[in-house]
Write a protein of this length. Sequence first.
Length: 734
Amino acid sequence: MAASPTTRSSSRPNSLLTAGVSTLYGVGPDAEKALEHLGIRTVEDLLWHLPLRYEDFSKIRPLRSLVADQKQTAIAKLGRITQRRTARGQVLTEAELLEEDGRPSMVRASWFGRSFVKQSFPEGQVVRLSGDVRWLGRGLVFSQPKIEPADREAVHTGRIVPVYRLTEGLKDGHLRRWLHTAVEGARGRHGKAVAAPLVPHVPDPLPEGVLARQGLPTIVEALTQVHFPDDPMALFRARRRLAFDELLTLQLATAQRRARWAAEAQAIPLAVDDASLEAWVGELPFSLTGAQRRSLGQIRADLAKSVPMSRLLEGDVGAGKTVIAALAMRIAEASAAQSAFMAPTELLAEQHLATLQALFSGGGPRIAKLTSSVTGAERARILDELATGAAGAVVGTHALLEEGVRFRRLALAVIDEQHRFGVAQRSALREKGVYPHVLLTTATPIPQTLWQTLHRDLDVSILDEMPAGRQEITTEVRTPDALPRIWPWARTRVERGEQAFVVCPRIDPADDPGGAPAGALFDAKESGFDPSAVAMHDELRKGPLQGVRLGLVHGRMPQKERDAVMTRLRDREIDVLVATTVIEVGIDIPNATVVVVLGAERFGLAQLHQLRGRVGRGTMRSYCVLVSPKRDSDRLAAMTERIEDGGRERPLNGFELAKRDLAIRGPGQFLGQEQSGFADQLRVVDLMDIDPRLLDDASAEADRIVAADPELERAEHRGLRAAVDELWRRYGYA
Ligand code: ADP
Ligand code: MG
């Protein structure tokens, strides 16, 4: 269990806070061990163990006002308390409850297994009880209520009560009591203070100016109220303050990275006149969409500066990102500069090479190809062309980043479909001593607030409009018992010369459901249909698709073999490719018209959308068949849903599908390992539900701070600097 990225580490360690939890009044050796399981070692760790949720027991009622089937708090005088063993051997404690003034009532309280109640609370004591109230027999019963003396301070009852994450051997009442001690101090039997509150020792990482401008409570107030809120408003303010700190830390980290990049890096300004650009656009076999024009304008403006561009071009599958990247490459060429286009695999690099060559047939840079399969004399020749500038552009894989690759005048790097790595690659390019403008592309539909939070150092252009006349892919959801009809149908399509994909959720039968992280969430056992690629390939070959040229590709094959299979598919030497989700990204086989996804309920919607996008890339009518035992799944229904848009019906697009998915599955699927680990560390901010105004405020403060004190060297920024450094240390690619 790791620390919060914010506020946690101060550069002025306070010995009361860094002391072990056992220094806290009431925490013994057993408790120390149990807390250790939660990663809580110091008092400070304990203070940052924030409530998971709250129960509002603040409204205190007399017994006669209680109602059934609600959680409530009441004040009562304890009547007769009895204890007996139930048939199952549990201790059952029952108490008659009297009104505070001693009048009888119809309410009782009962506890299973909590024999301490009879020992700790004498008859006649006035107590507060909080918990579930039910009808039982002739009257109401408080079942398993929390109880504390009415004249003691409210910790467990009669207030908004915090509920904490627990671990075995740790009782919620104990943990709450210790936190109360740390936050508010402790009083002994006669109200005498026996421990002073420790929260006031927590240094505030925010400078006073920020607190004042943003109208935020101090850290001491926020921590106090987040654990033991006075009222809902105070709790809201406290959580907002802590969320602000988390967002500010993230924003500072990226603002700082952007500022460093902008200050250090000198890019080659790339300009083009309107007439040339219009001429190039006019040469295209189609007219650009409005979204493409807008993005091109943003990119063009960035390229004209000597501050290197850092831009993400985000657009659904088929939205036309490549042509925009190609136009940017032409702008580079027009300024006598070079550009590099980096793809995730060799095959995709080849595909892009062909696309770019076609787009540049009427003019544009001469393009070299550099991947790890280019070796020997050929490699030497290409390196030479790049070093001398004979090649104006290069398409390749990670091989482009290798040492020994030198450019004469590299001004633009396009990094396709690898936004997860793109930022690191930008740094790798920097280390080579060149500062190109960087354009990242992605079809991953990440909501904008999420981008702004995690990647503020990237500007975003969004292609939210599809080129006109795109054919719709016929999509159907079928149960596995339809397969005996699906295979012969696929065979007839193949006999007409078309090609098909069969996508499986895992590689071989022994595997855990692979490919999709969905396996765990959507319950492998229940579905009972979980075909593996290896077994399916075998079965189809011997049975329903006998005689059809089948191929198999999955993530455990070496990249070289995978590329070889994909090349055979492209060259039409394979009719039906059985695959895992490795085919998900960008591969373009215009002749493929059928994709059958088996165990479809195991995939995320955005992923299914990507898989579906592997067909319908040519002019032929295309089909996507989602096979799942859960035919009535709401999630899968979204794939066939149609919505009304400007008087016309259309299927949900990638962004809309992603939104549906996010609501169900959370952010993990969209973020790389590193970033979702990052998300796990946020204690208060919910990445799926970021308050855009708070985010804007945090960004504005981050900009203000970085502008005035770029390296956070001032004393008042010490706490923030510690938080940012900690963030980089844990997740950083600085
Ligand atoms: P992606 O955004 O998925 O990378 P591509 O750039 O591969 O999309 O474009 C998909 C196809 O659409 C390509 O064949 C491309 O030539 C074509 N295309 C791009 N822009 C337009 C447009 N404005 N009108 C029509 N077709 C377009
Ligand atoms: Mg693409």
